[in-house]
Design a protein. Structure first.
Length: 237
C-alpha cells in the first residue's frame, strides 16, 4: 500500500510519517523538492542525517549544482515502487507537483493528469491559520538556534550564484544580509513571511489538484491525531 502524508509546511508531516512507517514496516520516500539536495539541511527542516537510514529514499540525493525536477522525481519514485513490490510505502512532503507527477498519469504534455496510477491514500495535515503561522514562526526560531546562519554563510560562500540556493525559502533571504543591506532580524522575519505565503500556495494547490483527506492536528496531544490517522488507514485499506 502507498500512503501519502502531505500538507503545508510545519504541520508535523515528518513525525506522522515516521510513526506510520514503523507501524506498517514501510519505506519512506521524500516529497519535498528541497530536502532532495545534499547541501540544504537546517533551512529545509530535513530530518537529521542519523535519522536517515536505508528505509529513507530521495533525501540527500543530489547536489544543488545538479539539475533535478518533477520529471526526474517521477522516474525515481516509480522505480522505487517497482523495485519494492512487497513493501508498504509512505511518501511524505509538501511539494504537490512532485507527488502528482509520481502517482498520477502525468506525462508533462497532455491534460490527462487526474488519473491515479497507484492504489494510494492521501492524508493531509492542517490546522487553523493562526496556529499554523505560530508554528512556522517557532520553527524558524529553532532553525536559527540550530545554526541556520552558519549554514547559510557557508553555502553562499561556496555557491553564491547557485539558482537553487537563491530560490529556496530559508536561504534566499540571507542574500541581502551578506551584502550588508538588511539586518539578521529582518532576515528572520522575511523567512517567516515567505514561509507563510508558501503555506497559502500549498493549500491552494492541494485543494485544486488532489483528493486529500484532511486531519485537523491536535498539537496538544499529537498521539490523538496519530490514532485518528491510523484508524482511517485501517478502514480504507
Amino acid at each position: 500500500m502507498i500512503i501519502v502524508i502531505t500538507g503545508p509546511t510545519a504541520t508535523g508531516k515528518t513525525l506522522l510519517s515516521e510513526t506510520i512507517a514503523k507501524k506498517y514496516d514501510a519505506i519512506i520516500i521524500n516529497a519535498d523538492s528541497r530536502q532532495i539536495y545534499k547541501e540544504l539541511n537546517i533551512g529545509t527542516a530535513k530530518p537529521k542525517k542519523e535519522e536517515l537510514d536505508d528505509n529513507h529514499y530521495l533525501f540527500d540525493k543530489i547536489s544543488i549544482t545538479k539539475e533535478y525536477n518533477a520529471f526526474n522525481y517521477q522516474k525515481d519514485v516509480r522505480k522505487i515502487i517497482k523495485d519494492n513490490p512487497n513493501k508498504n510505502i509512505v511518501i511524505v512532503g509538501g511539494t504537490g507537483l512532485y507527488i502528482k507527477a509520481a502517482l498520477y498519469d502525468y506525462d508533462f504534455s497532455s491534460n490527462n493528469k487526474d488519473k491515479l496510477l497507484y492504489d494510494a491514500l492521501f492524508i493531509g495535515l492542517t490546522t487553523q491559520r493562526d496556529n499554523l503561522y505560530k508554528r512556522i514562526d517557532d520553527r524558524v526560531d529553532v532553525m536559527f538556534k540550530e545554526g541556520l546562519l552558519e549554514e547559510a554563510k557557508n553555502l553562499f560562500t561556496e555557491y553564491s550564484d547557485n539558482k537553487i540556493l537563491n530560490n529556496t525559502i530559508g536561504y534566499q533571504e540571507f542574500k541581502d544580509y551578506f551584502k550588508n543591506k538588511i539586518t539578521l532580524d529582518e532576515v528572520k522575519e522575511k523567512i517567516k513571511l515567505n514561509s507563510r505565503h508558501y503555506a497559502k500556495r500549498q493549500y491552494t494547490w492541494f485543494n485544486n489538484q488532489m483528493n486529500i483527506n484532511w486531519f485537523d492536528v491536535n498539537y496538544n496531544d499529537f498521539n490523538k491525531t496519530i490514532d485518528e490517522v491510523l484508524l482511517y488507514i485501517k478502514n480504507n485499506f
